[in-house]
Design a protein around this ligand. Sequence first.
Ligand SMILES: C/C=C/C(=O)SCCNC(=O)CCNC(=O)[C@H](O)C(C)(C)COP(=O)(O)OP(=O)(O)OC[C@H]1O[C@@H](n2cnc3c(N)ncnc32)[C@H](O)[C@@H]1OP(=O)(O)O
Length: 261
Amino acid sequence: MTAPIPEFTHALVTRDARGVYTLQIHDAKSLNILASAVTLSLTEAARWIAAQDDARAVVVRGTGERAFVGGANIYEMAELDPPGARSFITRLRELCEAVADIPVPTIARLPGFCLGAGMELAAACDIRLGSADGVFGMPEVRVGIPSVIHALLLPALIGQGRTNWLLLTGETVDAAQARDWGFLEFLCEAGGLDALVERTVAPIAASGPRAVRSQKALLRYWTESSIQAGLDRSVEAFGEAFTTDEPRECMAPFLARKRHR
Ligand SMILES: C/C=C/C(=O)SCCNC(=O)CCNC(=O)[C@H](O)C(C)(C)COP(=O)(O)OP(=O)(O)OC[C@H]1O[C@@H](n2cnc3c(N)ncnc32)[C@H](O)[C@@H]1OP(=O)(O)O
């Protein structure tokens, strides 16, 4: 039983027949700028998707092809006092955490500009796919603020020295560089992102749903725990998989093929 999709003020949520959801920044400025109202609405939408048992994967995207996200709203930030700044950044933190907490694979669809809070939101996703027109950067120092929250995931993705370069210079890199550095898993020609996203989403949606959820939870546990605890949790997760019929069901086509040889 699938729940009707609610309306969100600044997020558009869609779902296809496979249970692939899209979380789209909606009704924002043309570069998908993250004003607080947009951030709050996206967080609400991400939490709603996370609670859907039929979800198999989530594509996180902006509206249009000029940008994934051009950054947090500079007009709003320019008016912040210290308590307001803490609230503003807490809202962005809660958005990134809500996306990271989605229990199925999240795929960031990244055309055009991916700047500041955009790179942070993309870093909170499991897989990042870009197009040749991409521009990636952390220009916060240029507007007088440090890069914070999910920027702390960047060293694990691209390395400490490259993170230092991006955050300390505020310079941008093109999509080929972002791919070579490991921020993007794959890169396509401009206009080819939907096909690239489908190439990732299709095998996920065709795999055992419990196994994919378990794998995502384990991957997260591995990055957030010690090696020993990660290995212990891995043994438990393997055992848990066999408390359902899913492994046997997923293995059946392979076993049948063998018998027919
Ligand atoms: C904690 C997180 C912090 C952060 O994220 S810090 C912010 C990081 N982002 C930036 O610093 C990017 C600032 N924007 C730019 O440098 C440029 O834009 C671009 C290079 C991204 C694009 O340039 P071009 O193609 O010439 O477009 P355009 O006319 O500058 O922008 C289109 C509309 O988008 C608005 N806009 C762009 N970025 C922001 C932003 N970060 N906050 C608020 N509005 C923004 C503009 O003002 C304009 O709007 P209108 O059409 O009404 O004039």
